[in-house]
Design a protein around this ligand. Structure first.
Ligand code: SAM
Length: 282
């Protein structure tokens, strides 16, 4: 069986101690400092790990609990990991709980190399939709936006300024696997404004004081960059000033604003609806 093959080449290590240096390194990935040092992050769940491998992501370590022994999908994934030259660890549930900081951890966890796009390789074309996020702070919001971007077929996300880490456990969890499907670039405000000069599509900002109702805009026929503001402060003037227009989602009731991820979802599906209507597919 695959697992035995993996063992034969000496790549499957059995680990039960939390003091094991390999486990310490993996546990440290809950902190951004060590994620950056190791250029790595953790993804939980067999399906996610298989999807990531299918999409060509580089696995560094596969960790599975003893309960995964004899599971053909786990063993196949272990064999793929060994074939990729990476390490496979068979661990106790206690170790998996410590790595994932969960009482009931998934049976399988993968450690993958981070993959951020250089901004110069972001070249939207056709009707591509990209999302710019100004200083997004909340990991749940970022994960939900990545997941929604995937669901709507957006091409990627540009993180602008000091944002929460897309590779934190919380963000990756909230993406439900879409972290592997949506390209992400990360830039300073200055680098974004420089890039924006060379982008000739529509830059649609969103703002509570936006002059334009988001439903009145024609999105199709060109690339769109949807620009969303920080949760507390909204878009700062320098980013708002770089937009072709500032759009508002009219609200009823007493709420001041929509949650960032909800507002992004509303905008993305409107952009998609409009583009499909223009191409006659709707
Ligand atoms: N207090 C902040 C402000 O004054 O802008 C609220 C920010 S809101 C929670 C986060 C972001 O979601 C906003 O910057 C904007 O991009 C978007 N947003 C939320 N509600 C919106 C609405 N009704 N119209 C347009 N954009 C909205």
């Amino acid at each position: 069986m695959n697992e035995r093959n993996a063992n034969r080449v000496g790549q499957v290590k059995e680990v039960t101690s939390l003091a094991n240096p390999l486990i310490k390194d993996i546990k440290s990935l809950s902190l951004k400092k060590f994620r950056d040092q190791q250029n790595a992050f953790i993804a939980e769940g067999l399906k996610l790990v298989i999807d990531a491998l299918d999409l060509g992501w580089t696995i560094k370590t596969l960790i599975f609990s003893k309960s995964g022994l004899g599971n053909p999908a786990v063993e196949k994934t272990a064999a793929r990991t060994v074939a990729a030259g990476a390490t496979v660890l068979e661990v106790s549930e206690k170790v998996l709980s410590a790595i994932t900081r969960r009482d009931n951890p998934q049976m399988v966890v993968g450690v993958f190399s981070q993959r951020l796009l250089p901004i110069k390789s972001v070249r939207p074309q056709g009707e591509d939709v990209w999302i710019g996020l100004d200083r997004v702070r909340d990991p749940g919001n970022l994960g939900t936006i990545i997941r929604t971007a995937d669901a709507v077929g957006a091409k990627g996300i540009i993180l602008i300024g000091d944002t929460t880490d897309p590779y934190s456990l919380e963000t990756v969890r909230a993406t439900m696997g879409s972290i592997f499907a949506v390209p992400i670039a990360r830039v300073s405000v200055e680098a974004f404004l420089e890039w924006r000069k060379g982008f000739d599509g529509l830059v649609a900002g969103t703002h509570l004081k936006g002059a334009v109702d988001y439903r009145s805009v024609k999105f199709g026929g060109r690339p769109t960059l949807l620009l969303m503001g920080n949760e507390q402060q909204g878009l700062p003037d320098e980013l708002a000033g770089s937009c072709d227009g500032l759009l508002r989602i009219p609200q009823a009731g007493r709420a001041d604003s929509l949650n960032l991820a909800v507002a992004t979802g509303v905008m993305l599906f409107e952009i998609r609806r409009d583009a499909l209507a223009l191409s006659g597919e709707a």
